[in-house]
Design a binder for this molecule. Structure first.
Ligand code: PLP
Length: 386
C-alpha cells in the first residue's frame, strides 16, 4: 500500500536529528543531515582504517553512485560522469566545444553565477555569450528565447529552477525551439533534482548538470554530469584528468584518449567520502519517493501562500505550481536581517537578492510551516508588503 503523502514527515522525520532542535527549511542551500548519511561517512572512515587503500572498492563505489544517479534521471550509466561539482562537469563540456561553425552560447538571467562565469570564460576561445533577460512580470517568455537563439547558436544553457526567485522554467518549450534551430541544450538541475522528478529523456535535454548537496540529501564534493549518448564523442574536453581516460589504470602520460562514455567529462581522483554520503542520500530520497515529495511540498506551499497572504507579504515565486520548484521566495526590506532573527528563533532559512528563501522538503511538516509563519508575523516589519 502506498502511504499517504500527508504522513510523509511523520514517517521520515526521525531520521534527521536537526528537527529535535530546529525548524529547518533551507534545503535550497543544503539538505538536512540524515542518520544514513552520517553512517555512510562513518563507514568510509571504517573502510579506510580497516583496509588501508581499498581503491578497487572505492572505484566500484563511484560506479554505484553513477548507476544510482543514472537511474534517478532515466539515463544510461555510460551517459553519466561522476564529478566533484556541477561546475566541474560544465567546465569539461565548455572546454570541449569548438566555437567555430556556431559561436554563440545563449543563457538566461536566472543562471547560477558559476554557469555565467564558465561560459564567459569561453569568450577567450571564441564563444559569443548572449543573455536572455527576464520580463517585468518575473518570467522569461519564450519570445525572449526566440530573439536570442539563431543558426549561430551552439548551445542554450538554462536552469530548471532559479536559485534566486524559485521560478521553474518551461524547459520543454525552450528545448523544442533550440533543437528546431540546431542548438544543443544544457540544463542546470541543481535546484530541482530530488525535489521533483527529473527525466532527461522526457525533457529531451542534451546535457544536464547537478549535485547531491540539496534535495538529494548528500554533502558537498559530489556532482554529476549527463551527456546524451550520441553526443559523447563529439565533445573533446581539454579540461581533463586521468579519471577521464579510456583506461584509467593504463597510466600513460604520453597520450590523451578520453573515455568513449560520459566518463570523459571527469577529471582527477574521485571524491570518495562524498560518494559514500551521496549514495546514502540518493537512496534515502528514492526510499522516501521524489514524486510523493513533490506532491507534499506543493501542499505545504499552499499553506505558506495562505499565511503569507494574511501577513500581506509579497511572494516573488509564481503561484502556478508548474512554474515553481520547492523554493518560495518572499520579498524583504532586509533579507539578511530577517534570516538572522529567524535563526535566533531556531528557524533555518537563507536569503538571495532581497528575498527570504523558504524551501520545504519531504521532512517538513505543517507545524514547521506554521512556526515560520508565526515568526514572520512577529517580524512583519521586515517583510515588503504587497
Ligand atoms: C542552480 C545551481 N547551480 C549550481 C550550483 C552550484 O554548483 P557547484 O556544484 O558547481 O558548486 C548551485 C548551488 O547552490 C545552484 O543552486
Amino acid at each position: 500500500m502506498v502511504a499517504s503523502v500527508d504522513s510523509l514527515p511523520a514517517r521520515i522525520r526521525h531520521r534527521f536529528p536537526i528537527f529535535e532542535r530546529r525548524v529547518y527549511v533551507n534545503s535550497c542551500s543544503q539538505g538536512a543531515l540524515s542518520d544514513s548519511v552520517r553512517q555512510a561517512y562513518e563507514q568510509y572512515l571504517a573502510d579506510w582504517d580497516e583496509h588501508g587503500a581499498p581503491w578497487e572498492y572505492w572505484v566500484e563505489r563511484g560506479d554505484a553512485a553513477r548507476d544510482t544517479f543514472a537511474q534517478l534521471v532515466n539515463a544510461a550509466p555510460e551517459e553519466v560522469a561522476v564529478t566533484t561539482s556541477l561546475s566541474a562537469g560544465v567546465s569539461a563540456l565548455a572546454s570541449g566545444l569548438r566555437y567555430a561553425r556556431r559561436s554563440k552560447v545563449v543563457l538566461t538571467d536566472w543562471e547560477f553565477p558559476t554557469i555565467g562565469q564558465i561560459w564567459h570564460a569561453q569568450e577567450a576561445r571564441g564563444a559569443r555569450v548572449v543573455h536572455v533577460p527576464e520580463a517585468p512580470d518575473g518570467t522569461i517568455p519564450i519570445e525572449h528565447f526566440e530573439r536570442a537563439i539563431d543558426d549561430d547558436t551552439a548551445l542554450v544553457s538554462i536552469t530548471h529552477v532559479c536559485y534566486r526567485n524559485g521560478s521553474k522554467l518551461d524547459v520543454d518549450a525552450v528545448v523544442r525551439l533550440a533543437h528546431e534551430r540546431g542548438a544543443l541544450v544544457l540544463l542546470d538541475a541543481y535546484q530541482s533534482i530530488g525535489s521533483l522528478p527529473v527525466d532527461v529523456r522526457a525533457l529531451d535535454v542534451d546535457f544536464l548538470g547537478a549535485g547531491v548537496l540539496k534535495y538529494l540529501l548528500g554533502s558537498a564534493g559530489l556532482g554529476f554530469f549527463y551527456c546524451r549518448r550520441e553526443l559523447v564523442e563529439r565533445v573533446w574536453p581539454t579540461a581533463t584528468g586521468w579519471f577521464a581516460d579510456r583506461d584509467i589504470f593504463a597510466m600513460d602520460h604520453r597520450d590523451y584518449s578520453p573515455a568513449t562514455t560520459a566518463g570523459r567529462f571527469q577529471s582527477g581522483t574521485p571524491p570518495v567520502p562524498a560518494i559514500y554520503a551521496g549514495i546514502a542520500g540518493m537512496e534515502l530520497m528514492q526510499e522516501i519517493g521524489i514524486a510523493e515529495t513533490r506532491e507534499h511540498v506543493l501542499r505545504l506551499h499552499e499553506r505558506l501562500f495562505e499565511g503569507l497572504d494574511e501577513l500581506g507579504a509579497t511572494v516573488v515565486t509564481s503561484r502556478e505550481p508548474e512554474r515553481r520548484g520547492a523554493l518560495l521566495c518572499v520579498a524583504s526590506t532586509d533579507a539578511p536581517a530577517l534570516v538572522d532573527v529567524l535563526d535566533r528563533e531556531g528557524i533555518d532559512t537563507s536569503s538571495r537578492n532581497g528575498s527570504l528563501r523558504i524551501s520545504p522538503h519531504a521532512y517538513n511538516s505543517d507545524e514547521d510551516v506554521d512556526g515560520v509563519l508565526e515568526a514572520l508575523a512577529r517580524h512583519r516589519r521586515l517583510l515588503t508588503r504587497g
